[in-house]
Design a protein around this ligand. Structure first.
Ligand code: ADP
Ligand code: MG
Length: 148
């Protein structure tokens, strides 16, 4: 409906729900970016491309739009897991994303293991989808070449 969706903003800290400890850190977008989301933008897990600052690399990512339990599920969150192993954090840096496709709705998992397994499957799905020419072309989109 709203895809592809272009989102960019400064990476802020989340609520330290331990994503990094699970090996799946998620970079949070700030409120101003979330406020711009169309009201009917569905919660769930998406895939697409991401870029940090003016770095040369365009990375594959999975992005989740959900409700923030910290605010009693009245405020949305937008969190990006970049499918790349970084040796540093990038809080305060400028993150650009192009959201291309929907993978699944958010769901409650019975255990941490099943959550982690689901995310690994999301990542595998994302990697597959992003090989498609219609997806690949967005990695070259001018959005990524404009300075932040
Ligand atoms: P927080 O609750 O602050 O979001 P996380 O445990 O989710 O904490 O870690 C997110 C942070 O980890 C990001 O803001 C970013 O600086 C860093 N980071 C390192 N590698 C990645 C990655 N591959 N994808 C997303 N964020 C990453
Ligand atoms: Mg996070």
């Amino acid at each position: 409906l709203h895809l592809p969706y272009f989102a960019e903003g400064t990476v802020v800290s989340g609520f330290g729900r331990g994503s990094k400890e699970l090996g799946i850190p998620t970079a949070n977008f700030p409120d101003d970016v979330i406020q711009k989301l169309p009201a009917d933008f569905e919660c769930g897990v998406y895939y697409g491309w991401a870029k940090i600052n003016n770095d040369e690399n365009i990375y594959q990512m999975v992005l989740c739009v959900g409700w923030n339990p910290y605010y009693h599920n009245t405020v949305k969150t937008m969190e990006t897991h970049i499918i790349h192993k970084f040796d540093h954090d990038f809080y305060g840096q400028h993150l650009k994303t192009i959201i291309l496709g929907y993978i699944r709705p958010m769901c409650n998992f019975e255990s941490l293991d099943s959550l982690i397994a689901a995310i690994h499957k999301d990542i595998a799905d994302a990697v597959e989808h992003l090989k498609e020419p219609e997806c690949l072309k967005y990695s070259q989109h001018p959005f990524f070449s404009q300075p932040p």
